[in-house]
Ligand binder design. Structure first.
Ligand code: ADP
Ligand code: ASP
Ligand code: MG
Length: 450
């Protein structure tokens, strides 16, 4: 068995689904489980409806829902067999309209946002299942929500692994083994009482990995719009090169620091079983892609001491100056307890003589977080920052690397430099507007082109 996960651009229109059909058809003998994302842009559009419900009139809301339904309907008409999805989509859109009325003039709750966003994957998977069946394949649509049981942290829910493993095995294994092709949704789940949840943006990769681990598949294929994991985001660095192989750790570091090609948690469920992930380009299925596997022999890219560069924008730096406390026992514990209490993840940390600087991405609890941090000392923040991460093997032991990095980055101002316990990454913070240029300059320095 294998998992084949198709991201938004790989199901964006009828032509993309046509390519999906060919790819799945070429893997029938491997008993594929198909996981799909919403059509490109649909999750954003659905979440935007919540904002519109708060601010705009009923007619424009109705039009916005109508145009989403229209986009799916056009695809259904262009794909033999997919028309069967239309009744489901039309009925669900009606229910959606009802939910939007309830959201009028008030800010949507996280649970309402999840119910909204889940539609994207439900609708696209119906289309894809219909289109595969229309081509003579034995495809069956499976609702992932009763399998993907999560906690109640809406918009970033965590799946309960044991339950997911058991239910995925019970439901999906017999289908695959009997030669059927289950088609299901990434990204979405439900609480134990059946309330829809989502695993966080980009979470379909994580779903593919969770289901792949549960079923003990021989590999998880992530079909996307680029050739694989590259030396930098190819939409920023046109000459970025594809890495033939990568380690789980490397992929996780790059993903954590902004390479959105893979959700940061994707490798986690697969590590113990050593199941490889292959990233592939659905518009060029003949390309080899990137193989992420346990025993990956990581070759150097040219003569570069590093393997890739990623960046993440929308970062806030929090500085805490506590001259009396910094060297004392328990200061860092007190500091991190505050972040834990406010459920806010810290990405990068650097500590100096009398101050600590750290970065966060999620600003939803910022005011209360800052209030509590104020009890420890003087606190100030810097906004609209970006983290740049350089990933490579044994970076800590590469003499002269830091000098090359900071020379290349100049004249951009560098803040919060950190090289942690992992010898595979080095991170620092720059102003958000400098981010793409810094990535290009580093790429030129280390890979000879930008
Ligand atoms: P999907 O819809 O298939 O899940 P995503 O948009 O989530 O696709 O991720 C693919 C995108 O990731 C690429 O289009 C590319 O712009 C971006 N990306 C960022 N960093 C990298 C990198 N190091 N290698 C490849 N792609 C990257
Ligand atoms: N459709 C979801 C998103 O846009 C999940 C995914 O594509 O992985 O975030
Ligand atoms: Mg993605």
């Amino acid at each position: 068995m294998i998992v084949a996960k198709f991201g938004g651009t790989s199901v964006a229109d009828a032509a993309a689904v046509g390519r999906l059909i060919e790819i799945v058809g070429s893997r029938i003998s491997e008993r594929p489980l198909v996981v799909v994302s919403a059509l490109a842009g649909v999750t954003d559009a659905l979440l935007d409806l919540a904002r519109q419900a708060d601010t705009e009139d009923a007619t424009s809301l109705d039009q916005a829902v109508g145009s989403l339904v229209h986009r799916h309907a056009q695809m259904a008409h262009a794909l033999p067999g997919a028309g069967a999805a239309l009744d489901f989509i039309a009925a669900d859109a009606e229910q959606l309209r009802g939910e939007l009325v309830q959201m009028e003039d008030r800010v949507a709750t996280p649970a309402q946002l999840d119910a909204l966003a889940a539609r994207g994957e439900l609708w696209s998977s119906k289309l894809v299942a219909g289109a595969l069946a229309g081509c003579g394949m034995d495809a069956v649509w499976v609702d992932v929500r009763p399998l993907m049981i999560t906690d109640t942290r809406h918009t970033r829910a965590t799946p309960y692994l044991q339950v997911v493993n058991q239910r995925a095995r019970d439901c999906l294994k017999p289908l695959c083994e009997s030669g059927k092709i289950p088609v299901t949704q990434g990204f979405i789940g439900s609480t134990a009482t059946g309330v829809p949840t989502t695993l966080g943006r980009g979470g379909s990769d994580f779903t593919a990995a969770l289901l792949g681990a549960a079923l003990g598949v021989s590999r998880v294929e992530i079909w996307t719009d680029v050739d694989g994991l590259m030396t930098a985001d190819p939409h920023i660095v046109a000459s970025a090169r594809t890495l033939a192989r990568a380690s789980y750790e490397e992929a996780a570091e790059l993903a954590t620091f902004g390479a959105k090609i893979l959700h940061p948690a994707t490798a986690l469920p697969l590590i113990r079983a050593g199941i490889p992930i292959v990233i592939l380009n659905s518009t060029r299925p003949d390309r080899p892609g990137t193989m992420i596997e346990p025993e990956a022999v990581l070759e150097q890219v040219g003569d570069s001491p590093i393997r890739s560069i990623s960046w993440k924008q929308g970062i806030t730096v929090i500085n805490i100056r506590a001259p009396r406390m910094l060297g004392t026992y328990g200061f860092l514990r007190a500091l991190f307890e505050i972040f834990e209490r406010h459920e806010t993840v810290v990405d990068v940390l650097a500590s100096g003589e009398v101050s600590v600087s750290l970065t966060i991405e999620d600003r939803s609890r910022l005011p209360s977080l800052l209030r509590d941090l104020g009890d420890l000392g003087e606190v100030w923040i810097e906004e609209k920052r970006a983290i740049i991460a350089i990933v490579g093997i044994g970076l800590r032991n590469t003499p002269g690397l830091a000098a090359r990095v900071f020379n290349a980055v100049w004249p951009a101002n560098v803040e919060v430099i950190s090289q942690g316990a992992s010898s595979i990454n080095m991170t620092f913070v720059v102003r958000e507007e400098d981010g793409p240029d810094v990535v290009r300059r580093l790429h030129r320095e280390f890979f000879g082109s930008d």
